[in-house]
Design a protein around this ligand. Structure first.
Ligand SMILES: [Zn+2]
Length: 462
């Protein structure tokens, strides 16, 4: 049966500020928006539909998180304060102590936070994603999954371990990485009526050889999908690429034919004007991850990247999954960075978090805004709150004053995955209680395994 979201206010498109009042949205059995019109136009046909009352809430496009690592929830409250790459002295990570089931729980925890903050689509990048793909897909959210690939013989995501030499790459490691990535594609791409898609994800500019860059782009293009990499994320990365290749990170990617419109470059915190021009010349998509960047004392040059021709999306990256907070941090950070009191605008920023994300994930024809023919990926926000009253400019009010708990319902492809504040497909209390136990256990194991190494921050009671 078709679903009618009845008599509501609809923000159809954030960046164009298209808002309709007293409107209804008719969604067909495939989860596609079939009609949007004045509520009175539907009054004679209501008996034919499943009616969804949103009781004065405002319906908006769901957020597209263009860059995250869901299992990094294990580092919450710890890694935010340890810089990047993290200043941990240990040869292993806390995540390396998790069983497959524990990894699934930590990833699902991240999705829960994301859904509660209005996220309908996640670009999730991880190692051995296949271990938790099924668990996160059970939440009902939409995913682009990428298996992180590297062919470097050591881990540069550790302070002091910077790339030293162009000789430090391994063909054997590359082949293993391609096999994992292709397996993920074959197992998951197109699953659940295309709700799950697979992309290619060479990890970072300093951990991939020239041949891995070339092969990753080919793997994506052969399968008509997109590809992504971390770029200009840390000074260590910039130094390492200078050591090994005598280039800047963006120049290194360009030298090996990696730049293009199907690339999402995540971060771009420290790119200079020459690198910005290169990225713009190839219309590269940028995942701006402003909340984690701010925690690192950084802000990507978003205005300049847009002026050069780049398209912008928003991501959360590590530890937190709150897209409303990430978007708001991007709004604040860019105004502060440019000493500009009026730009970017609320519509710009919420546009990046929706239509911008749709554009750089090559999904603008189906996601990012609410029009006939698009997928019904949407959220319902309760504005009847002290901090949102009066409500005379919905978009500005939401980004300036809203909090994620104002988002009360979330729908993906016509199916509610949260309604009236209740998560529908998974046992939220179980995930939260287990995640706490898993984190206590795994951090205790890590610290206990290396009693002679100094943890740079104190954990409570462990
Ligand atoms: Zn990342």
């Amino acid at each position: 049966m078709k679903t009618l979201i009845d008599d509501t206010t609809v923000v159809q498109n954030f960046d164009k500020n298209e808002i309709r009042h007293q409107s209804s949205i008719l969604i067909n059995e495939d989860g596609i928006i079939e009609e949007i019109g004045n509520s009175t136009e539907f009054s004679d046909r209501k008996k034919d539909f499943n009616i969804l009352h949103m009781d004065g809430k405002i319906v908006m496009p769901g957020f597209i998180n263009c860059h995250t690592h869901l299992t990094a929830t294990l580092g919450r409250g710890i890694l935010e304060d340890l810089a990047f790459p993290p200043m941990l002295p240990y040869p292993r990570t806390a995540n390396s102590y998790l069983s497959d089931e524990e990894t699934q729980i930590m990833a699902t925890l991240g999705v829960l936070e994301g859904i509660r903050s209005g996220t309908t689509t996640f670009v999730e990048l991880g190692r051995d994603v296949e271990k938790y793909a099924s668990a996160i897909s059970d939440t009902g959210a939409r995913f682009f999954l990428g298996e992180m690939m590297t062919d470097l013989t050591y881990n540069v995501i550790k302070a002091g371990n910077e790339l030293k030499s162009k000789e430090d790459f391994s063909e054997n490691l590359a082949d293993q990485a391609y096999a994992r990535a292709v397996n993920l594609f074959e197992s998951w791409d197109g699953k659940h009526r295309d709700r799950i898609k697979v992309i290619f994800s060479p990890a970072t500019a300093d951990s991939c050889s020239p041949s891995m860059l070339q092969k990753s782009r080919e793997l994506a293009e052969d399968r008509q999908t997109f590809y992504t990499i971390h770029l200009s994320q840390s000074h260590q990365e910039i130094n390492g690429i200078k050591n090994a290749w005598n280039l800047k990170p963006t120049e290194y990617l360009d030298a090996h034919g990696f730049l293009g419109p199907a690339l999402i470059a995540a971060h771009c915190r420290y790119v200079d004007q020459q690198e910005i021009n290169l990225l713009g010349n190839f219309s590269v998509g940028i995942s701006n991850n402003p909340a984690i960047a701010a925690r690192r004392g950084a802000a990507a040059p978003i205005t300049e990247l847009i002026q050069s021709g780049c398209n912008i999306g928003i991501g959360t990256d590590n530890m937190a999954e709150d897209m409303l907070e990430a978007a708001r941090t991007g709004y604040f950070a860019e105004r502060v960075r440019k000493n500009n009191e009026t730009n970017p605008t609320p519509n710009d920023v919420l546009g990046w978090a929706t239509t911008g994300g749709a554009k750089i994930t090559n999904s603008l024809d189906t996601l990012g805004s609410l029009y006939v023919g698009k997928k019904a990926d949407l959220i319902a926000v309760n504005f009847k709150k002290p901090h949102l009253t009066p409500n005379l400019r919905v978009v500005s009010n939401f980004i300036n004053n809203g909090v994620s708990s104002d988002i009360e319902s979330v729908m993906v492809q016509g199916n509610l995955i949260m309604h009236d504040n209740k998560i529908l497909n998974i046992d939220e209390n179980y995930i939260i209680s287990q995640a706490q136990l898993i984190a206590e256990k795994s951090w205790k194991q890590l610290l206990g395994s290396y009693p002679n190494l100094d943890m740079p921050v104190q954990l409570d009671d462990i």
